[in-house]
Design a protein around this ligand. Structure first.
Ligand SMILES: Nc1nc2c(ncn2[C@@H]2O[C@H](COP(=O)(O)OP(=O)(O)OP(=O)(O)O)[C@@H](O)[C@H]2O)c(=O)[nH]1
Ligand SMILES: [Mg+2]
Ligand SMILES: [Zn+2]
Length: 288
């Protein structure tokens, strides 16, 4: 029987598809290459009561993914919003935050940053300082503690399909459980009890907040390669570069050491954050 549904869990070649109507069916992709992401809409053939085959993925509104020179890894499809989760402890990489933001900007997906574990006050001031450059760029930043209350985040999630991304241990799954009490997302406590590795969440899962809102939990990121972007897309991903676009002396300026580069001038003048510029330079290597 031909059906359609939403991919609510993607684990290697194993998928869970929530059929329109509500029931959940384990599915496998047709063919060897599986390019199906959590959040995808899929056309499936239901083989029997307990299994189906994904015939095709319906056109995506957005696709969030990362890539290195060899391959790409899908994170989530059809999301309308990205929440980058960082925490007071363990410390987080501002470079990774920038990469997540560039990926979001390149797909025109609005992003916000959650600083979690604000109950751990010792490193709170340091974490806030690290986030200042993003605040100056007008990315919304919410301070909260998933252990105390997540209510400041809830209004942002309504009518959205939101994906939580970030490094391992930041508290993404804890946030999911706080927002959706019957989600039962596996958090570090549970994996420590089961003694299973460092990354607690091993695959992306979509949870329903209500009829029109969903939340996707994703595995912790250690790196976020953006090899699939062109130099122009990368540049557009840095929102503070946009007003300067086209103003460098050379039209094909890579904003490295070219004379008359307005981006470099803005860095020297303190108008563009130096760490952001360094991140841009690192990401631009090899891009055309
Ligand atoms: N003190 C404190 N600890 C928290 C808070 N939120 C989460 N934690 C703890 O942080 C640890 C990691 O939480 P997880 O939710 O498993 O982190 P994750 O981001 O899902 O990690 P991965 O699945 O590996 O990507 C757990 O021990 C949580 O209890 C918080 O607000 N305050
Ligand atoms: Mg997790
Ligand atoms: Zn330039």
């Amino acid at each position: 029987m031909k059906r359609e549904g939403t991919v609510i869990a993607a684990h290697g070649r194993h998928y869970l598809v929530e059929l329109d109507g509500g029931e959940v069916l384990p599915c496998f992709p047709r063919g060897k290459k599986s390019e199906v992401a959590c959040g995808d809409r899929a056309a499936i053939t239901q083989s029997n009561d307990t299994q189906g085959v994904i015939d095709s993925v319906l056109p995506r509104k957005t696709l969030l993914y990362r890539s290195n020179e060899f391959r790409q890894k899908l994170i989530a499809a059809n999301v309308t919003q990205i929440v980058i989760v960082v925490a007071t402890e363990p410390s987080f990489s501002d470079d990774l935050v920038t990469r997540c933001l560039v990926a979001a900007e390149s797909q025109d997906i609005p992003a916000l940053i959650v600083l979690n574990k604000c109950d751990l006050t010792e490193r709170l001031a340091f974490a806030r300082r690290t986030l200042e450059p993003f605040e100056r760029l007008h990315y919304p930043i919410l301070n909260l503690s998933a252990h105390a209350s997540v209510e400041v985040l809830r209004p942002y999630l309504s009518d959205q399909t939101t994906v939580l991304v970030g490094q391992s241990g930041m508290g993404k799954s804890t946030l999911v459980n706080a927002l959706i009490p019957d989600a039962n997302a596996r958090t570090r406590e549970i994996s420590e009890a089961l003694d299973s590795g460092k990354h607690t969440t091993t695959h992306a899962t979509l949870y329903r907040l209500d009829e029109r809102s969903a939340l996707i939990d994703s595995p912790g990121l250690q790196e976020f390669g953006l090899h699939h972007l062109s130099l122009l897309e990368l540049e557009q991903g840095f929102r503070e570069f946009r007003p300067l676009h086209g103003h460098c002396r050379f039209r094909n300026c890579r904003h490295d050491r070219e004379p008359g580069c307005v981006i470099r001038e803005a860095v020297e003048a303190g108008e563009i954050d130096r760490n952001r510029y360094t991140a841009f330079r690192a990401l631009s290597i090899g891009l055309r």
